[in-house]
Design a protein around this ligand. Structure first.
Ligand code: FES
Length: 51
């Protein structure tokens, strides 16, 4: 999921993360090592596990 502009994203532990780029990608598959941000891991997941 892409966010444009300034946003605050809450992760699963309740921590808040501010966007720092004009466009930020939020992980929707739950597998990124950089939660809550997408690191591209979703691209190598089996199709049934993709968001
Ligand atoms: S959506 Fe989870 S790594 Fe990209």
């Amino acid at each position: 999921m892409l966010l444009r502009g300034k946003h605050v994203v809450e992760d699963a532990d309740g921590n808040l993360h501010e966007t720092r780029r004009p466009v930020s990608a939020v992980c929707r598959c739950g597998k990124s090592a950089l939660q809550p941000w997408c690191d591209g891991t979703h691209k190598v997941l089996p199709e049934r596990d993709r968001p």
